[in-house]
Design a protein around this ligand. Structure first.
Ligand code: SF4
Length: 334
């Protein structure tokens, strides 16, 4: 085992100070369900970790407010997934958590840390002798001529095609979530849409957080559209598996059945949580039918660039979008 420093700050301010003092080799430790994994694999080799999992300022969540839902970054996935208000008024958010990982992991992992999990690309996690631009910049991409069955078809680059593995961020993206951040230069709020990066020429950078910034809170604007929402997750087995394709869909219908609001976000298909704005536009002010749902699915996958073994994801993505829209429509009409 490689030795590393450990700090357990008592306050958020102390945590930010410890991160800034530690420098680039310092990592935040929350639930530890990703970081410890990656440390064992040698992907992460932090000089020090700052343990924030007991910080009261990060704990708790509130789904009762009239204007927004608030989730402390340290709230546990299991607790948020079971929230009665969330399950009733924003089922896509609750389902994205309850379909993630395993009960053991959900009882430990936090909703803030979950946003920052890294790809499950086997070459990235397996390490040498495989080249991997995300793990060792400039070394190449073993997936280009290798096994890419689980890889992305949207947002890829020549440098990397690894799929973003999470569910919660996909559902949050459909609801225009924002993040409150804190660092040594102060607090700022960013749209969740600005957090994750497409790989481009720098696949080693998954997100736009500074190394000394913490996610403090997730905000979700309240919307009546939440009740007509669903999170569909297609995977190799029905539990404890990452998405091959996932779709967060939400619709609001008027009393004629015409779509007045529509949100579609994709997981398992893209290098980052992927909002399908063009697909949403195809449905607005139209009835939700077999044909219009299929059309939206086609629009969502229009830019897909499959590799050697993941062409199936295009057709599966189209069908999953359509199916999720129908399920969301049934909830909206209930
Ligand atoms: Fe590495 Fe990305 Fe290629 Fe996977 S797809 S081997 S993470 S560069």
């Amino acid at each position: 085992m490689r030795p590393f420093g450990y700090a357990e700050p008592a306050t958020l301010t102390e945590a930010v100070e410890a991160l800034a003092a530690g420098g680039p080799g310092t990592r935040v430790l929350a639930g530890g369900t990703t970081l410890y994994d990656l440390m064992k694999l040698g992907v992460e080799r932090p000089a020090a970790v700052v343990d924030v999992h007991r910080l009261a300022e990060l704990a708790g969540f509130d789904t009762a407010g009239p204007d927004e839902l608030l989730f402390g970054a340290g709230a546990l996935m299991a607790d948020v997934a079971e929230d009665v208000v969330l399950r009733r008024d924003y089922p896509a958010l609750a389902e994205s958590l309850s379909k993630a990982a395993s009960p053991q992991v959900r009882n430990r992992a936090t909703v803030g840390g979950n946003l920052l999990q890294r790809t499950r690309c086997g070459y990235f996690r397996g390490g040498p002798p495989f080249p991997c631009n995300k793990r060792r910049p400039g070394s190449g991409c073993a997936a280009r001529d290798g096994l890419d069955r689980g890889h992305a078809v949207l947002g890829t680059s020549d440098a990397c095609r690894a799929a973003y593995p999470g569910d919660w961020a996909v559902a949050l993206l459909a609801f225009d979530a924002e993040l409150d951040l804190l660092g040594p230069r102060g607090a700022r709020t960013i749209p969740l849409a600005a957090l994750h990066r497409e790989p481009g020429d720098t696949p080693q950078r998954d997100h736009n957080l500074a190394g000394d910034e913490l996610v403090v809170r997730i905000r979700v604007p309240a919307t009546a559209t939440g009740r007509g929402s669903v999170y569909h997750k297609v995977r190799d087995r029905e539990s404890y598996a990452f998405a091959l394709v996932s779709v967060a869909a939400a619709v609001r219908l008027d009393h004629h059945g015409t779509v007045r609001d529509c949100r579609i976000a994709l997981g398992g298909l893209a290098t980052r949580p992927w909002r399908a704005h063009a697909a949403e536009q195809t449905l607005l002010d139209r009835p939700l039918t077999v044909d219009t749902a299929e059309e939206a699915g086609q629009a969502a996958l229009a830019g897909a660039r499959p590799g050697t073994h993941n062409g199936y994801k295009v057709a599966l993505g189209v069908r999953t979008v359509a199916d999720a829209l129908h399920a969301a429509g049934r909830r909206a009409a209930a």
